[in-house]
Write a protein of this length. Structure first.
Length: 114
C-alpha cells in the first residue's frame, strides 16, 4: 500500500499553491536550535566570496511537527537514493569526521550587542 495515499475514511488534505503568495528560497545551510516547546530552523545561503551567510527564512515548529518533518525527509531521501543513487556528503573523499558544527564556535549571529 502506498503510504502517500490517505487511508479509507481519513480526510484528504487539499493544498493550493498560489504563485503570488508563495515564496521560494534557496538554502545550502540550516541552523537548528530548540527549547522544550519548539524547534527553530534558520535557512541560510552561503555564497563564494561573501564573508557571511544570510538567513533567508526562519521556521518555528513544535517538537511533534519537527519529528514528523524529520520522518518525511528521511522517507524522501530514501526514495531519492533508490532512484538516483546514494547522496555523497563528502565529495568522494572517504568518511567525514563530523557533518555538523557548533554554531557557538562562530560567534554571535546578529553581531555584538551594544
Amino acid at each position: 500500500m502506498d503510504n502517500n495515499q490517505p487511508k479509507q475514511g481519513q480526510p484528504q488534505l487539499q493544498l493550493e499553491l498560489n504563485p503570488q503568495m508563495t515564496k521560494t528560497s534557496y538554502s545550502n545551510l540550516a541552523i537548528i536550535s530548540h527549547s522544550r516547546s519548539e524547534f527553530i530552523i534558520d535557512f541560510a545561503a552561503t555564497l563564494p566570496g561573501l564573508p557571511k551567510a544570510v538567513i533567508g527564512d526562519r521556521i518555528i515548529m513544535t517538537p511533534e511537527h519537527a519529528k514528523r518533518l524529520m520522518n518525511a525527509i528521511f522517507d524522501n531521501i530514501s526514495k531519492y537514493e533508490a532512484q538516483f543513487g546514494v547522496i555523497d556528503l563528502n565529495g568522494g573523499k572517504g568518511p567525514q569526521p563530523g557533518a555538523t558544527f557548533n554554531l557557538g564556535d562562530f560567534g554571535p549571529i546578529n553581531g555584538p550587542k551594544s
